[in-house]
Design a protein. Structure first.
Length: 401
């Protein structure tokens, strides 16, 4: 079994003069408010346990004061946990000395903050390269990593700009590029999009989904927004008063709320009306570049037992779809390049399109629904079977209730 990238085991955080004393008295008979009133201590995180798998997007959601931001800061020890273990690749962060912790923060994980945390007196490229500079990297190595990070977040051409010249959305891109420049295995993202206006926020969410499929990172993403959690997370942990009350996939959270608190969150949520296409889309098994030999495309489909291939240009934008029968027949007829047989009329939708909105788009034909971002990058696909099953499950849940 693959080792968890991050494992929180019975983690507590208590603020106050004698936090250890609270561990002895804090049972289910006293809630957070009562502990504060009786002892003057703040119970921020209570006995939290979960594992995050490599490359998983694990969303921690809760209202203000739920403990979610305190929890994520315990993971990199910006805040010292009172008790429990936090294992990163099997090593307990709480037991690290100063040098080990510094090395962890410089090489293994990066953090993206709500308020961007940028240096206003430095340019975009200087901000992006700041973490590399801190760990002693200079010259061409640093320049190449900065350029690559800027390309990933779409900021090529803005390298020399000052931070005050950028919009909020672009500033958050700089913050994300800075985190990516050091090529960490883990990203800790504390409400990174909550300060943005709704339109820019949605665009950043779409870009994050595209980035998620481009670079393999383990992410803990903090938010107070259920819609954002459902859109971005592979799994979601819901917190209340320092306690994790439910962990599950977006489907689990909506269809099977663990208690009245979660039920109230999702009370008016119909899976088909609220869950976005991104929550059920799957990664296409075969992607090829335009200009690829048709024989190569056929071999890729056969080796992966795929019935179609998705063709993109050099920038990752979708150009068309080729089915296996179509490719086989065309190859036998002497056609050499995949470009000559592309099907360019295909159903498509954005990642935030709801499942019910997706349904009429995929009513006929054998080609799945292609989920694209605003720049026509392919984020994922949804088959008619998967879509109907997802919506039908929602109907069954409603009928059973």
């Amino acid at each position: 079994m693959q080792e968890a990238s991050i494992s929180c085991q019975n983690v507590w955080k208590v603020f106050g003069p004698n936090p250890s004393s609270i561990l002895e008295i804090s049972d289910d008979s006293l809630d957070k408010r009562e502990i504060l009133e009786q002892t003057g201590h703040v119970l921020a995180v209570k006995d939290v346990s979960f594992d995050v798998e490599p490359s998983e997007i694990f969303v921690v959601m809760g209202l203000s004061g739920s403990g979610k931001s305190t929890l994520v800061r315990c993971i990199n020890r910006i805040i010292e946990p009172t008790s429990g273990k936090i294992l990163i690749d099997g090593i307990d962060v709480a037991q690290m000395d100063t040098d080990e912790l510094r090395n962890l923060r410089r090489h293994k994980l990066s953090m993206v903050f709500q308020n961007f945390g940028l240096l206003p007196h430095r340019s975009v490229e200087e901000n992006v390269g700041f973490g590399l500079e801190i760990r002693g990297e200079h010259g061409k190595s640093k320049e190449d990593k900065v350029k690559n990070a800027l390309e990933l977040v779409g900021l090529i051409g803005w390298e020399k700009s000052m931070i005050y010249e950028l919009s909020g959305g672009m500033q958050q891109r700089v913050g994300l590029a800075r985190a990516l420049a050091s090529d960490p295995e883990i990203l800790l993202m504390d409400e990174p999009f909550s300060a943005l206006d709704p339109l820019i926020r949605r665009q950043m969410q779409d870009e994050f989904i595209n980035l998620r499929d481009t670079v393999s990172k383990t992410v803990i993403f903090i938010t107070h927004d259920l819609a954002e959690a459902l859109k971005l997370g592979h799994r979601i942990a819901i917190m209340k008063d320092g306690v994790v009350v439910q962990i599950g996939t977006p489907m689990d959270i909506v269809a099977n709320p663990a208690d009245d608190y979660v039920r109230e969150f999702v009370r008016d949520v119909s899976r088909g009306d609220v869950l976005p296409a991104s929550s059920i889309m799957k990664r296409p098994s075969v992607r090829v570049r335009e200009g690829t030999d048709l024989e190569t495309v056929l071999n890729n489909m056969k080796s992966r037992e795929a019935d179609m291939a998705f063709v993109t240009n050099n920038y990752g934008r979708i150009k068309g779809v080729v089915t296996a029968p179509q490719a086989e027949a065309s190859f036998e007829d002497g056609i050499q390049k995949v470009d000559d047989i592309l099907q360019t009329d295909f159903p498509q939708a954005g990642s935030d399109t709801t499942l019910n909105e997706c349904l009429p788009l995929i009513a006929e034909g054998d080609i799945p629904l292609l989920i694209l971002d605003d720049s026509c990058h392919l984020l994922g696909i949804i088959t008619r079977k998967d879509l109907i099953e997802a919506i039908q499950t929602d109907s069954d849940t409603v009928n059973n209730n």
